[in-house]
Ligand binder design. Structure first.
Ligand code: ATP
Ligand code: MG
Length: 260
């Protein structure tokens, strides 16, 4: 099998890169793909923490130190997801040589359909090592001017590095901080928006449960949107409606005869 290497990248911190990485991985798995997540946030890794397994027996740092082959570092999550986790130790973070990542990642060739890489924020050495390690990138942003401005710089850098930009995923779209429309974002970035993920409490609940929202709340707005994104990436058709929070209210209203 040929492996696709795709990065979830953004210069702006906190926009939803890790949330998108783990949920897009879960959604691609839902559609039958064999996916491995790789945590390229080498100084402040979050993937293991979000999945409830902060400490891996063999970490990406061990691989970059030349102590292990990357295949030995693939860890299986209870959800069926596979991941190569980074070490959360400060000592490891200080010593890591990020330049080795681009070579190390190709040790996963043939072991997965897609390796989905969670990048670090910024545009310095560490996030660049993630961009260098992949062939395709998804730019993650929020509908806020500072995030979109950073997304513009990120797109430019990725293109300069010869990477294929698959498109932009806008997350937390209905948050109170949103100050840009999707049309304006698309015009400013001159890049297609391929995913729109609303701010959703289900994301917080899933994080508290150390699960992806795709597993824990499969009919939530965020989960359905991540599945739409995955289906579109794979050229598959997918129709699922969102179960709204007022499901119970509707049920009672119908029961009492106030609604059809
Ligand atoms: N769709 C969403 N709805 C609600 N909260 C969200 C959503 N997406 C992300 N969040 C929240 O936003 C915060 C930041 O998300 P996340 O850690 O995925 O961002 P990041 O870009 O990876 O951050 P960093 O740059 O620090 O790595 C988290 O608390 C997460 O729960
Ligand atoms: Mg992150």
């Amino acid at each position: 099998m040929t492996t696709r290497y795709i990065g979830c990248i953004s210069a702006k911190g906190g926009v939803g890169k890790t949330t998108t990485t783990i949920n897009l991985a879960a959604a691609l798995t839902y559609f039958g793909k064999n996916v491995t997540i790789l945590d390229a946030n080498l100084t402040t890794p979050n993937v293991g923490i979000y999945l409830g397994n902060p400490i891996a027996p063999i970490t990406l740092h061990d691989v970059l130190r030349g102590k292990h082959d990357i295949k030995e570092a693939v860890f299986s999550h209870k959800s069926g997801l596979k991941a190569v986790l980074a070490s959360i130790s400060l000592k490891d973070a200080k010593k890591v040589d990020t330049t080795k990542l681009a070579k190390a990642i190709y040790g996963l060739e043939g072991t997965a359909d897609i390796v989905l890489v969670d990048g670090a924020a910024g545009l310095g050495k560490e996030p660049q090592s993630a961009i260098k390690a992949v062939e395709e990138v998804i730019i993650v942003t929020n509908p806020e001017m500072p995030a979109v401005t950073d997304a513009l710089k990120t797109i430019k850098l990725c293109k300069e590095m010869g990477k294929q930009v698959l498109g932009v995923v806008v997350t937390k779209t209905n948050s109170k901080n949103a100050d840009m429309s999707l049309k304006d974002i698309e015009n400013l970035l001159e890049t297609n928006i391929i995913g729109v993920i609303p701010e959703d409490r289900a994301i917080k609940f899933s994080q508290a449960n150390k699960e992806t929202v795709v597993h824990s709340h499969p009919k939530s707005a965020a989960a359905v949107q991540y599945k739409h994104l995955a289906a579109d990436m794979l050229g598959m058709s997918y129709h699922e409606s969102v179960e709204t929070n007022d499901g119970f209210v509707n049920f009672v209203m119908k029961y009492l005869g106030f609604k059809d």
